[in-house]
Ligand binder design. Structure first.
Ligand code: NAP
Length: 258
């Protein structure tokens, strides 16, 4: 019986790539995001290509009861989540005070609150069974403060921190939690975050498939943190912590400037 993976944000980008990768290994899927038609399309393709079974739950995880409704649907369907991939998330360009506060709150609701709810719910079940894998999609943005995307960078700092602590709490109970911290990836993310035209985006990014592979492999090996690009890993681990804080802020601000 192959492991079943719940992938949030499976309708596009890195989430769709995680789903395809897991299906290619023979694993069953639970696919969720808001765009049901996209999810159904992925379900049909993956079931036909790999002979797996995919369950679709269209859900707004940013809505107040979204994550709870998703958990209820999965539990009532009698499905077991062996692998939880918390991937859904979005960003938003602009100085904090110029942005709509409801958009900032929506980002916190999805990137943090839904991720915490799903982790709490499914990690409890995994710990009770004595096995499970969690892969949370953080970002290299989570290792530094991000002027012009202040709330997004802060939500990812939460994900990077939370995930490592959860791993330490649960590892002895057979459950690991890996955080994937990618650099820029060419998906729908830049358009939805209004980042097109920033120097970060102009420089080009990795493919969703290559990033999903790095994260999936790290998750299977129970690694704590995975960064998809060696140069970024060196920068985040060895250079950024040594830079004067204001210099680092100016540097990041430039990458987010149009
Ligand atoms: N692309 C990058 O440069 C980059 C870098 C580092 C980290 N990341 C992180 O990687 C993750 C995946 O992003 P991506 O690059 O693959 O972007 P993407 O193509 O825009 O995918 C985002 C996914 O999240 C889903 N989503 C958005 N709002 C949702 C909501 N309210 N409820 C449920 N699902 C929702 C979207 O589906 P629907 O629209 O159908 O709901 C979509 O499937 C995010 O957490 C992002 O922060 C991205």
């Amino acid at each position: 019986m192959p492991d079943t993976a719940l992938v949030t944000g499976a309708s596009s980008g890195i989430g769709a790539a995680f789903a395809a990768l897991h299906a290619s290994k023979g694993g069953d899927l639970i696919l969720t995001a808001r765009r049901e038609a996209e999810l159904m399309r992925h379900k049909s393709e993956l079931e036909a290509q790999h002979g797996i079974s995919a369950h679709v739950v269209a859900c707004d995880l940013g809505a107040p009861d979204g994550a709870e409704a998703l958990c209820k649907d999965i539990d009532e369907a009698g499905l077991t989540v062996d692998i939880l991939i918390n991937n859904a998330g979005f960003g938003g360009h602009g100085q904090h005070i110029t942005r709509d506060i409801s958009a900032e709150h929506a980002m916190i609701d999805l990137n943090i609150k839904a991720l915490v709810y799903l982790t709490h719910h499914f990690a409890r079940q995994m710990a009770a069974r004595g096995r499970g894998r969690i892969l949370n999609v953080g970002s290299t943005a989570g290792f530094v403060p991000g002027p012009n995307q202040a709330v997004y960078f802060a939500t990812k700092a939460f994900v990077n921190s939370f995930s490592q602590a959860i791993d330490q709490e649960l590892r002895s109970r057979g459950v690991t939690c890996t955080v994937l911290a990618p650099g820029y990836v060419e998906t729908e993310f830049a358009k939805s975050a209004n980042l097109e035209g920033t120097s970060m985006v102009k420089g080009g990014g990795a493919t969703a498939e290559s990033v999903a592979e790095v994260g999936y492999e790290a998750m299977l090996n129970g690694r704590l943190v995975a960064i998809n690009q060696r140069s970024l890993s060196v920068f985040m681990n060895w250079i950024a912590p040594l830079l004067p804080r204001r210099r680092l802020l100016s540097l990041i601000e430039r990458t987010q400037a149009k």
